[in-house]
Design a protein. Sequence first.
Length: 338
Amino acid sequence: MKPISKDIFILVGILSFFLLTAFSPSKSMAVNAAFDVKKMGDMSDFDPNNPVIPTGDTIKVAIVASFSGPAAINGQIYWLCLQWAAHDFNKRGGIFVDGKKKLVQILKADTMGKPDQAKKISERMALQERVHLLWGTDGSHIMKVINQTADKYKIIAQCSPSLSDELYDATNFTRYSFLTAFSTDQIGRGFAYYYGQMRKKEKKFYILCQDYLFGHQFADGFKHGLKEYYPGAEIVGEDYHKLFLTDFAPYLTKIKASGAEVIYTGDWMPDAGNLLKQTRSMGITLPFAMIYMTEPNMLHEVGVEGTKGLMELSQYGTTAPMFKTPEQIKYYKTWNNL
């Protein structure tokens, strides 16, 4: 396994704390918990490669994600970060449930990146493992399956990295699932506002996204935003590629000839890494407007010059220093003491 950046751990770990403190798995289970960073103890015994996983009468959280196949890196990141959060709570003795403290147990549920496997493994988690929460995932098409399973068996599903607005529209809404991140329309409008109302420089954009639910909605959000905030902008090209593509050359050739000034993409790993590396290897230095082109190992491969022009819209981005409050600083120092 390649090493995972500590920054990624910290950011997803923060989301994980919300996951573990905010849910009420069923009518029969009343969870009373609030995350207090001041109560974090010595975390130096946390080993992400050999996590201590409790069993028995626990709060069960299933990470429903790709742990095998081309997108396995995503499952690895989720697994390690949520284990970090669970380790902290378990060292405190767990979380109060109906007046009794219970430890948090994280389970792997491998979707292999396939909707049919996602349905099968989600149902196994609900019926056999009796989990209290399904956490997902890489791919809005997979998250839709998780949400359907949660609704069917009346357990909670938390959606963190799947951002399509359609997941929570009138047709697909379920009271058993909730989103803890920004959505595709917010992202697209945010980028349009930045380029049209703040930066006021580049006007020609090329959309290149993955050819499934999220990719199309990611593009739609940007197009909606441009109409409102940057009507003088121009979409000089728009393409959608299959998931886990290895050869981007045909698309990059079109981009190079289009006169585009910015490439707008929602690609996530491994596509995001392959796209950036191949773009730079072809001598294309155009900036990317993106949210997922951030995997540390990939960025290290392309180097400082290759990462120039990456414009990321982040829901937890902030001006330096990243950690400002006493609580944030303690969290950061606790992690660095590992």
